[in-house]
Design a protein around this ligand. Structure first.
Ligand SMILES: Nc1ncnc2c1ncn2[C@@H]1O[C@H](COP(=O)(O)OP(=O)(O)OP(=O)(O)O)[C@@H](O)[C@H]1O
Ligand SMILES: [Mg+2]
Length: 430
């Protein structure tokens, strides 16, 4: 039997992305469990039952749509209703009748897979089976599916709950959207981490997601993140195995180097991808950007020049944040990213540990924000300098000194410099 290698190149723009590249590969990726080459230590998360069995048990409420139903729902796949285009196919907004036929129509997203033969079908099956089994607030819900082999050829479709705020990719990198605030970035990344932690450690089986990236983090009406795209998901290793051996699949710029080199897939491959996205959130830059100067094209290489504990670190932060972020929290996020990006997979944290770290960072920066807000709010005691904290007093004194100095300068300077100074003063007064 033939197998295929599938690797998506995310460095090209969405418009440029072509259909999946198919190449021959080893046999392991087609068998359910794969050919395991290493059996060193035992894996605690053993899978007594496999996905197909769990699917039989749990996925009864998925709807089986006919092709004409979905054609109708999307006005015959009208281009105007097309809301996205990925490596697997096009996504349309549509509306379907509720399962019991009563009440208002339900708005859904319908993904129509490209006709990629066996590989496309395999990814469709994986997506239906995994999304039929998992259930978590940070994973997208699959409403149903459609498999039709008719005069139009082989059709494979997936019907999801509709996510009105597009993806994290859109909000981080597309200038048509306003800059995503720092706090929202942290909340989104925490939710995404919780989704991954559930897949790795919260189920009877262990699920390796294999395609963690910003475009697969969809956002609901409240900007709550939900992971989508389970076409590349795999079950973790069976008892006694450390990893799954697979054909290398994923997206360039996000896949762990150890996985690319060996084909050994573990949950720590997802942790690496998560580390990449953490740096994307800090910098507002994509993991690969071919239109930047050579030294800046690979995000992970570029950020190495600005370590989290260095003075230069601030230079990495997304300029679109316009100083509305906590530098202390950003440093902590970068340190966390570095731990996810450890060369050796076993040195990377588990996703549950990542979740805990993120919660702590968010809590610390909330407290920091409250303290600094309080310190700027005028109170009755503010008039008495003796009541102020030493560093607050210092800041006030230094501000006064700077203003006096600038005022003096302003008496003598003309033209542009003077105007600049006036603008500064006005800005401070407002
Ligand atoms: N459930 C959904 N609700 C709303 N929009 C969606 C939904 N699923 C996908 N989309 C939109 O369709 C776009 C394309 O998704 P798709 O998963 O096909 O491709 P991708 O993630 O951009 O790339 P790739 O194929 O490499 O994973 C998403 O970025 C998103 O804007
Ligand atoms: Mg996707």
């Amino acid at each position: 039997m033939k197998c295929f290698h599938y690797f998506k190149d995310k460095s090209r723009s969405r418009q440029q992305r072509s259909a999946p590249e198919l190449k021959e590969q080893s046999k392991s990726d087609y068998s359910g469990s794969g050919t395991h080459r290493i059996a060193k230590s035992s894996c605690s998360e053993t899978s007594a039952r496999r996905i197909p069995e769990l699917y039989e048990e749990k996925a009864r409420n998925l709807r089986d749509f006919s092709f004409s139903e979905l054609r109708h729902a999307t006005h015959d796949f009208d281009r105007l209703l097309r809301i996205g285009e990925g490596g697997f196919g096009s996504v349309y907004k549509g509306s379907i009748k509720p399962a019991d036929g009563k009440g208002d129509p339900i708005v859904v997203a319908i993904k129509k897979l490209n006709k990629d033969g066996l590989q496309g079908h395999k990814q469709w099956v994986a997506e239906v089976q995994f999304l039929g089994v998992v259930e978590h607030p940070n994973l997208v819900k699959l409403v149903g599916y459609c498999a039709a082999d008719g005069e139009r050829g082989i059709q494979r479709l997936l019907v999801y709950e509709f996510m009105p705020n597009k993806s994290l990719e859109d909000h981080l990198f597309n200038r048509a959207y306003p800059a995503l605030p720092w706090k929202t970035r942290l909340q989104i990344i925490l939710g995404a981490a919780q989704g991954l932690a559930y897949l790795h450690e919260g189920l009877e089986i262990q699920v390796i997601y294999r395609d963690f990236k910003t475009s697969n983090v969809l956002l609901d009406e409240n900007f709550k993140p939900k992971l989508s795209d389970f076409g590349l998901a795999r079950e973790g290793p069976v008892a006694g195995r450390t990893h799954v051996s697979t054909a290398v699949m994923g997206t360039n710029g996000y896949a762990a180097p150890d996985y690319i080199e060996t084909g050994h897939l573990t949950t720590k491959s997802d942790v690496w991808s998560f580390g990449v996205v953490l740096y994307e959130i800090i910098t507002g830059r994509r993991s690969l950007e071919r239109n930047r100067p050579r030294a800046e094209q690979k995000l992970l290489e570029w950020v190495k020049q600005f370590p989290p504990d260095s003075k230069k670190f601030g230079l990495t932060i997304d300029p679109r944040l316009e100083n509305q972020y906590s530098i202390a929290a950003a440093r902590k996020i970068a340190r966390l990213a570095d731990s996810c990006l450890m060369k050796s997979a076993k040195d990377r944290p588990k996703m549950t540990q990542v979740v805990e770290s993120l919660k702590q960072i968010i809590q610390d920066s909330d407290e920091e924000a409250t303290i600094s807000k309080e310190s700027f709010e005028p109170s009755e005691t503010d008039s008495a300098d003796s009541s102020k904290e030493p560093n607050q007093l210092e800041a006030t004194e230094s501000w006064k000194r700077r203003m006096t100095h600038l005022a003096k300068l302003g008496e003598h300077v003309e033209g542009a410099s003077r105007r600049r100074f006036m603008i500064m003063q006005r800005a401070k007064v407002a």
